[in-house]
Design a binder for this molecule. Structure first.
Ligand code: FAD
Ligand code: SF4
Length: 469
């Protein structure tokens, strides 16, 4: 039965008891009829708060209007104009803080389900093999994009629209950045990622996979070959607590745990080469989206007890409410107000337990959230087989240290001006490389902005170097 009237059309999901045994998508998607009914709830506000709160200013009213009358084809083509990867954004954007959060219907928790509608039209386009077609007037000048995550993807698409010859340098053997190696398939199915990324080659971008800039091709080589460069290398270097026991076997960074699981398909070992050791009691330190992804992967890898260990409370957790809710349904335990002191090992070098101390909340810190303070003498020990640290990431120094003339901030991110220009002439940067951990949609927006800046830069300088293929 469809829920209609003033209420959101609920999307069917895999039952928790079933989904914890597979890595398939949790939401099952709207049917065309459900998508139309959901879209018909939109009142087409004159001031469109949803559009104003979309970081890439998608033409949401038009898209929703087309869906409402069953014109999925044009809804998809309109979405593609502003967002080259609508299915991905629809599934992972924090809509509750953006478009959906400001929808006048959101007050009763019934805001238009914009993300899922976006994902629906992209899925529909995939099933119906619909592609955006556009005429490219080739300019000949060459631009290099380093990194193929959302920032690199959107910059590449817009540069191709302007007619530049674009080469995308990607360190890994697949394109997509965090979309491939970080976000698990049960949240972001990989056939969707592959489909949306295959578009880059279709519009003529040269995908140079397995190319680590700074290792097997130097930055200076790129500078001499290309008229401009966009750095979209993300923030893939994990941070650690720096406590005793971090070198024990069974302690992972969230990045390693997720790369093994998602990119290297450890959950299908031995069909795939890379194993993962995930014991039956797993503790995840941190409570953001990444920590929730780790915890939910651990459940699917067969862990019996999975704990989120967080120094604040669930209310302050930076994870999306939907992720926390899904995690709780899957049996994850959320332990609030604890902080690890040290990790304890067995004689054979494997993790045995973590020592934690209890915390209380004091006045807000710089982030505006209550500051967690240690309760002296409250230490206790929790038996664990696996510990995963999910404390945020930084841009990779190995790459940045090789470009000393590239100015950085005190957080080790790349310094840029309002046009995303770096301290090096003709070199631009965006996405997590300039923000630290941020969001897919922010990275997409940066890619688009950088493409515009690069177009301005190349078109206003004499055309002499780098122009011939
Ligand atoms: P990335 O996606 O990190 O891509 C950078 C690419 O550059 C990588 O492919 C990397 O291999 C490549 N690279 C790095 N160095 C080099 C080099 N020297 N040479 C060549 N290539 C290089 N955001 C959301 O909006 N919603 C979510 O639900 C969400 N969940 C997340 C879950 C996880 C587990 C993680 C880790 C992040 C999540 N994020 C989420 C954040 C979001 O994925 C990132 O903000 C976004 O991917 C940043 O895009 P980017 O293009 O800047 O970098
Ligand atoms: Fe429709 Fe909500 Fe956007 Fe208004 S804010 S146009 S109701 S989606």
């Amino acid at each position: 039965m469809l829920e209609i009237g003033g209420r959101r059309v609920k999307m069917a999901e895999q039952e928790p008891g079933i989904r914890v045994r597979n890595f398939r998508s949790v939401p099952l998607g709207y049917t065309p009829e459900q998508a139309m009914i959901e879209a018909q709830r939109c009142v087409q506000c004159a001031h469109a708060p949803c559009e104003r709160h979309c970081p890439v200013r998608m033409n949401l009213r038009q898209i929703i209007r087309r869906i409402a009358c069953g014109d999925f084809r044009n809804a998809f083509l309109i979405a593609k104009q502003d967002n080259p990867i609508p299915a991905i954004a629809g599934l992972v954007c924090p809509q509750e803080e953006q478009c959906e959060g400001v929808c006048p219907l959101a007050g009763r928790g019934q805001g238009i389900n914009i993300g899922k509608l976006e994902a629906f039209i992209a899925q529909w386009a995939m099933e119906n093999k619909l592609k955006e077609e556009f005429h490219i007037e080739e300019k000949g000048q060459r631009v290099a994009v380093i990194g193929s995550g959302p920032a690199g993807i959107s910059c590449t698409v817009d540069l191709r629209r302007h007619g530049y010859v674009v080469s995308v340098y990607e360190a890994l053997h697949v394109a997509g950045g965090v979309l491939q190696y970080g976000i698990p398939a049960f949240r972001l199915p990989k056939d969707i990622v592959d489909y949306e990324i295959s578009y880059l080659e279709e519009i003529g971008a040269a995908m140079k996979l397995n190319h680590i800039v700074g290792q097997n091709v130097t930055f200076d080589e790129l500078r001499s070959e290309y008229a401009a460069i966009f750095i979209a290398t993300g923030a893939g270097a994990p941070q650690f607590l720096g406590i005793e026991g971090e070198c024990l076997k069974g302690v992972y960074s969230a990045n390693e745990f997720l790369i093994r699981t998602n990119l290297m398909k450890a959950y299908r070992f031995p069909d795939y080469d890379t194993p993962i050791v995930c014991g039956s009691r797993v503790g995840v330190i941190g409570a953001g989206n990444v920590a929730m992804d780790v915890a939910r992967c651990a459940v699917r890898l067969g862990a019996r007890d999975v704990y989120i260990l967080y120094r604040r409370t669930r209310r302050e957790s930076p994870a999306r409410e939907e992720e926390i809710q899904h995690g709780l349904e899957e049996g994850i335990n959320f332990i609030e107000l604890v902080n690890p002191v040290r990790i304890l090992g067995r004689d054979d070098g494997w993790v045995r337990a973590v020592e934690l101390v209890r915390m209380r909340l004091a006045e807000p810190d710089q982030s505006g959230r209550p500051r967690p303070v240690v309760i002296p003498g409250s230490e206790f020990t929790m038996e664990l087989d696996t510990v995963v640290e999910s404390l945020g990431t930084q841009p990779n120094r190995l790459f940045l240290d090789r470009i000393p003339q590239l100015k950085r901030t005190k957080w080790n991110t790349i310094e840029v001006d309002a046009d995303l220009k770096t301290s090096i002439d003709g070199v631009y940067a965006g996405g997590d490389a300039i923000h630290g951990n941020a969001t897919v949609i922010l990275a997409l927006g940066d890619g688009r902005k950088a493409a515009q800046s690069i177009h301005g830069y190349i078109s206003t300088r004499p055309r002499q170097l780098h122009s011939d293929l």
